[in-house]
Design a protein around this ligand. Structure first.
Ligand code: KIV
Ligand code: ZN
Length: 390
């Protein structure tokens, strides 16, 4: 079955970089942009050009650097922002301007002290103006997650009339439930005249831990672009994690959706972004956390040693991790000890293993983890007459 492509819009360098303390300089951004191109993302949101000279420079330099990826610059629905973004993008082979405005009742009332008709007017004017500079114009309806669907459909329809290419439906506050977000996308596909002329995009924040689930609900219901960041970094609880949505689509072929991402580069890309931003990845993070392929309980270790698939749904090699790791702790069983002892050079008979295991348990009870060097000491202390194989 040929699969529908979901475009990966990476916003690590824009929304991701809005994390306090994670500011990158242009050189660092260029290294990451080069890596994102190699990874296979379709669009790089390189910054918010009007926001600072540094962001302007980064967008300009990334535009010169990358060859096959669309480079995108963020703007508000403000003429000056659009002009500056167009200028920053002038060297891009495939430039995209990403403009938008808040559409929820609270944004319209408190942020803009405005009304729905005036918001539509501003949105249309911004897209029209951006189209005078570039063909590819994406519009974000900020706080779309809390915007009523009827108004959202109205604004989308007006924007399609003036040539918008991508309609971004952000769950800016991470409020939506997956069913709700999926239904929102479905409503737009069914109620906006001309919707086939634009791509619907999911941009989900993780305030309730639902960003990934919401993005998947979005594409299942007709969206064909996901906006995400490496390691899920971003404002507050972060954005949708790129590595998660990519691997969900890959591990569930029945969804009939895939991306252009080379998943074997996911782990090293995660490490690179984490190091450059000085932002550690939680060890239990899906796909790229240090423990994502580590097994420490005896029952799981026994299963994985017999057949990896008993407790792993992803082959670690598919995301660039060399192998599953069998971590020795006080909860490990004989199978894990024998497995690790063999790796460090000891082939133990059943009787020897019984003796060494008793020593191992005493040792492991005093430690969080038993490492390779400890195994030599345990075997020596256990008193069995055995030489390391190497
Ligand atoms: O979360 C959001 O609404 C955004 C927009 C600026 C796209 O980041
Ligand atoms: Zn965002």
């Amino acid at each position: 079955m040929s699969k529908d492509k979901v475009q990966i819009f990476d916003t690590t360098l824009r929304d991701g970089e809005q994390v306090p303390g994670c500011k990158l300089d242009t050189e660092q951004k260029l290294v990451i942009a080069e890596r994102l191109e190699l990874l296979g993302v379709d669009i790089i949101e390189a910054g918010f050009p009007v926001s600072s000279p540094g962001d302007f420079k980064s967008v300009t330099e990334i535009s010169k650097l990358v060859k096959n990826v669309t480079v995108c610059g963020l703007t508000r629905a403000v003429k000056k922002d659009i002009e500056v973004a167009a200028d920053a993008l002038k060297y891009a082979k495939r430039p995209r301007i990403h403009t938008g405005i808040g559409t929820s009742a609270s944004h319209i009332k408190y942020k803009f002290n405005s009304n729905k008709d005036a918001i539509i007017e501003k949105a249309v004017a911004a897209v029209k103006y951006a189209k005078t500079f570039v063909e590819d114009v994406e519009f974000y309806a900020e706080d779309a997650g809390r915007t009523d669907n009827e108004f959202l459909a109205r604004i989308c329809e007006e924007l399609i009339k003036v040539g918008v290419t991508v309609l971004n439906i952000p769950d800016t506050t991470g409020y939506c439930l997956p069913e709700e977000y999926g239904a929102k996308i479905k409503y737009l596909t069914e109620n906006v005249t001309g919707i086939h002329k634009a791509t619907l995009s999911c941009h989900c924040h993780n305030d309730l831990g639902l960003a990934t689930a919401n993005s998947i609900a979005g594409v299942v219901n007709g969206a064909r672009q996901i906006e995400c960041t490496i390691n899920g970094i971003g404002e507050r609880a972060g954005n949708t994690a790129l590595e998660e949505v990519v691997m969900i689509l890959r591990q569930h072929p029945t969804l009939g959706l895939d991306t252009n991402i080379n998943s074997k580069l996911l782990n090293s890309t995660s490490l690179m972004v984490s190091q450059k931003m000085g932002m550690i990845v939680q060890p239990n993070k899906a796909i790229v956390g240090a423990n994502a392929f580590a097994h420490s309980s005896g029952i799981h270790q026994d299963g994985v040693i017999k057949n990896r698939e008993t407790y792993e749904i992803i082959d670690p090699a598919d995301v660039g991790v060399n192998e599953s790791s069998i971590i020795l702790t006080a909860r490990s069983g004989r199978a894990a000890l024998a497995y690790r002892a063999k790796i460090v050079g000891y082939e133990l008979t059943k009787v020897q293993l019984d003796t060494v295991y008793q020593e191992f348990l005493k040792y492991a009870d005093t430690r969080k983890e038993v490492v390779d060097n400890d195994i030599h000491e345990i075997i020596e202390t256990s008193g069995i007459n055995l030489k390391a194989l190497n």
